[in-house]
Design a protein around this ligand. Structure first.
Ligand SMILES: Cc1cc2nc3c(=O)[nH]c(=O)nc-3n(C[C@H](O)[C@H](O)[C@H](O)COP(=O)(O)O)c2cc1C
Length: 369
């Protein structure tokens, strides 16, 4: 029987050749938000991996929305120009459809790279002002500024401008990053949002900023192209944002034309109590899919072909995203296809790597699967 993993999936006019998504993964290798040769290699090899969709690492919509000085950006035309050759390579040689993740790091920003321990960079050492729903610092980081209404409007406009740039670049899909304790999440969670204006207090009010960002992006993004939203389905902390909030938020997003939700979790507060095991976030994707009636992407320790296929065939999610698993084994989709008895996409240059070719037979390359 044909697998679900290798069945196509359509969102608006975008047809993904299979359900495997490369999850966004920050590389800390940009210069002033501009992609470098590292991105050409990183995104390039993942584009030829056979995955149906490749989503770029989080790209900052403003320089102060970066986490580290090495983060990729979409805040200016120079950033877009630097991404152009990367996208061209992925299009020419790869089969994956291309998504861009748009993001603002909020109160977690102005730190060194991940492998430099994400230490706070003060302003006199090249750091920058950070922003969050309320002026509550993340442990070990600077005190963020809580934007007033004008500041909020400017931040929303940055997301829209980045989306317009992403469209000019020819991306197929946008994922808005509203998870992991970054700016949008800081508004959603009652643990980080203590505002008394129309952006804080009730759940409705805490969702306002996120929905404004979504609507502004939807407004400039072509009708035929999908937009998804990555959320932290729970803060894993008492009194925090939880799955019930996420279901309600997903319903609202769907009503505004959101095409899918990626159900991630955590990141808002340091005292979170994560329960990490294979597929640990899948139940969130399942509940959101069933109770909010929206397409979901499951992510988090999905590493096996059969595990991924079962998530889909059990109706827990429509798409599966792999992060570390794809970095560890960028040919994961090839091997998964083999295991599930499926055809897959690979460049003709690599056709002879297929085990069936070892006897010397020539297998027709199937790039357009
Ligand atoms: C090196 C690295 C960088 C990441 N950067 C991002 C990012 O830019 N945006 C995002 O939403 N998640 C990011 N994540 C989280 C992954 O997308 C993914 O949700 C997480 O690693 C769990 O999936 P996995 O178990 O398949 O790796 C990152 C993860 C890793 C390991």
């Amino acid at each position: 029987m044909a697998s679900m993993l290798f069945s196509p999936f359509k969102m608006r006019d975008l047809v993904l050749p299979n359900r495997i998504v490369v999850s966004p993964m920050g590389q800390y290798s940009a210069r002033d938000g501009c992609a470098t040769q590292w991105h050409l290699m990183h995104l390039g090899h993942l584009a030829v991996s056979g995955a149906g969709l490749l989503i770029t690492e989080a790209t900052a919509v403003h320089p102060n929305g970066r986490l580290s000085p090495g983060d990729l950006g979409t805040w200016c035309d120079e950033n877009a120009e630097a991404l152009e050759p990367v996208i061209a390579f992925c299009r020419t040689h790869g089969s994956a459809r291309l998504g861009v993740q748009l993001w603002h790091s909020g109160r977690k920003g102005s730190v060194t790279k991940a492998w430099e321990k994400q230490l706070h960079i003060p302003k006199d050492k090249g750091g920058w002002t950070t922003y969050s729903a309320s002026p509550i610092p993340y442990p070990g980081r600077g005190v963020p500024v809580a934007p007033d209404k004008k500041g909020i409007d400017e931040l929303v406009a940055c997301f829209a401008a980045a989306a317009a740039r992403a469209n000019r670049l020819g991306f197929d899909l946008i994922e808005i990053h509203g998870a992991h304790g970054y700016l949008i999440h800081s508004f959603l969670s009652p643990l980080t949002n203590q505002r008394t204006d129309e952006y804080g207090g009730s759940r409705e009010a805490r969702m306002r900023f996120a929905l404004e960002v979504f609507k502004a992006v939807r407004n400039v993004w072509p009708e035929r192209k999908p937009i998804g939203f990555r959320i932290s389905a729970t803060d894993w902390a008492e009194g925090g944002w939880d799955i019930e909030d996420s279901i309600e938020f997903a319903r609202k997003l769907r009503a505004h034309g959101c095409d899918y939700i990626t159900a991630s979790s955590g990141g808002a507060v340091a005292e979170q109590k994560l329960d990490v095991h294979p597929g640990y976030q899948v139940p969130f994707a399942e509940r959101i899919r069933k109770e909010a009636g929206i397409t979901t992407m499951a992510v988090g320790l999905i590493t096996e072909a059969r595990q991924a296929d079962e998530i889909l065939s059990a109706g827990q999610a429509d798409l599966v995203a792999l992060g570390r698993g794809m970095m560890w084994n960028p040919r994961w989709p090839w091997h998964a296809a083999m295991e599930l008895g499926e055809e897959y996409a690979y460049p003709p240059q690599y056709a002879r790597a297929h085990p069936s070719m070892r006897s010397g037979d020539f297998l027709k390359p199937t790039r357009d699967v």
